[in-house]
Write a protein that binds this ligand. Structure first.
Ligand code: HEC
Length: 427
């Protein structure tokens, strides 16, 4: 009989791509550590996922669904094409982790001994970032009607910061996700509500990750700045109340690099009815030496795919992020593992593809042409990206305008602006 020995032999000589379990993996020993690292950010009370997965009792009824979700890579949600770029917030599981989950479910999801459990995962209650140093909320609760179109709502909150503050994490949290289409918090460095250079600070969209910057990089909020919550609510058939908040974690040390939010957008969108593969481009120029640290794509329900490229001054082009299957439900930030240098004169180029055909299950109306607009049944094309620039000690830190001044000399493909002819093509 060929029993234990060959198995032992193969385990010793082969370097297994998947783990070899003498005994079946157990919940406490093998599964809980994976859940803590990969799932609990969302699968705990108060977060976006429908069911918590903190304990054996909570997880066991979902075992088969979990197996299915991890094998098909539906969970954890992650949409970047793995051939391009490495991301420090990549949620995807390793082949070994997937194999462990499969082996556990196939063995009947054994519980094992609580003695093998890892230390409990620590999360700040009510936040995905660590415990915020300061929280600002909308000054009043907004009441969303059951039906109809709700215009953008703006709410202004003074920070009352008496000195400039550097920030290493930011998270915008609706109190009622069911009615919030998206939220943008802008910062203006004047005391007046809409005065001063307004800049995008942080935002919320479905499936969006909180904003976090690695050690040494930070966003600046000037003393006396004001925050504006720009809220886009969507009526969903039931009236709802919302009071969105933003939590900020301050940098513990003075950073070396300032992070600025920029966009490459194509405002002149005009997507023909029934077009299955409508493609548009956008670009933004970089005017001083910087590095690319993160990206996020924003389209609405016709969005199909999105790509970011870095184009160096010598014309060399590199894909920084490709999202082959865009989903409005999932708009995470993609933070690069290693920032990509952007010497002055570089460009960020984006390409977006839309499916306005009836084959797109999310399409509210394939027979209508679609234009740029705020509502979900209209469209947008925005490549958000964060760059980091060195902070010069001698000069005051830069104010960080959302779009650095444009220099046509270095940017032949300047970002499209409202009213400009759409630069679209049919493949
Ligand atoms: C970024 C947040 C997030 C992370 C991380 C995440 N989930 Fe989810 N999960 C969700 C949301 C939101 C839903 C409900 C919407 C959906 O099904 O798309 C969901 C749904 C599910 C479902 C139900 C799927 C179905 O087909 O109905 C399973 C099972 C699941 N998650 C398992 C996991 C496991 C296991 C992990 C970790 C390995 C994980 N999820 C990580 C947010 C997350």
């Amino acid at each position: 009989m060929r029993a234990a020995q060959p198995a032992l032999f193969s385990a010793l000589v082969m370097i297994p791509a998947i783990p070899v379990f003498g005994d079946a993996p157990t919940f406490y020993k093998n599964i809980l550590p994976i859940l803590q690292n990969r799932c609990l950010a969302c699968h705990r009370p108060g977060e976006a996922a429908p069911m918590p997965l903190r304990t054996f009792a909570e997880t066991r009824p979902w075992a088969k669904a979990i197996r299915q979700a991890v094998v098909t890579k539906k969970m954890p949600p992650w949409f970047a094409d793995p051939h391009f770029g490495k991301f420090r917030n990549d949620l995807s599981m390793t082949a070994e982790e997937i194999a462990t989950v499969v082996a556990w479910v196939d063995a009947g999801s054994p519980e094992g001994s609580p003695k093998d459990a890892p230390p409990p995962a620590l999360f700040a209650e009510g936040w995905r970032i660590s415990q915020p140093d300061v929280v600002f909320e909308m000054p009043e609760t907004f009441s969303v009607p059951a039906t109809g179109t709700v215009d953008y709502q703006n709410f202004t909150v003074p920070t009352r910061f008496s000195e400039d503050r550097w920030m290493e994490m930011a998270e915008v949290r609706p109190s009622n996700r069911a009615v919030v289409h998206h939220a943008i918090v802008m910062v203006s460095d004047g005391p007046g509500s809409w005065r001063g250079a307004r800049q995008y600070l942080a935002g919320y969209a479905p499936g969006m990750s909180p904003q976090t910057w690695p050690a040494g990089q930070a966003r600046l909020i000037r003393a006396g700045s004001t925050l504006t919550f720009q809220m886009h609510y969507t009526a969903n058939g039931k009236p709802g109340l919302d009071r969105t908040r933003i939590g900020l974690v301050f940098s513990k040390e003075r950073p070396q690099k300032q992070v600025l939010a920029m966009t490459a957008a194509h405002y002149g969108l005009s997507i023909p009815a029934n077009a299955p593969n409508y493609t548009v481009d956008s670009a933004a120029g970089i005017y001083e030496d910087a590095e690319l640290v993160g990206m996020r794509a924003h389209m609405h329900l016709r969005g199909k795919s999105f790509e970011f490229r870095v184009v160096l001054p010598n014309g060399e082009s590199q894909v920084a992020l490709r999202i082959p299957k865009y989903s409005f439900e999932w708009q995470p930030y993609y933070y690069l593992d290693k920032p990509i240098p952007l010497p002055a004169g570089s460009r960020i180029e984006c390409t977006a593809v839309y499916d306005n055909s009836k084959n797109n299950p999310w399409n509210p109306d394939p027979n209508s042409p679609v234009f740029w607009g705020e509502q979900s049944w209209e469209e947008m094309m925005i490549g958000w990206f964060d760059i980091a620039v060195p902070i010069k000690d001698t000069a005051p830190a830069p104010t960080g305008h959302a779009q650095p001044r444009r220099n046509p000399a270095t940017t032949p493909a300047a970002p499209a602006r409202a009213g400009s002819a759409p630069k679209a093509r049919f493949p």
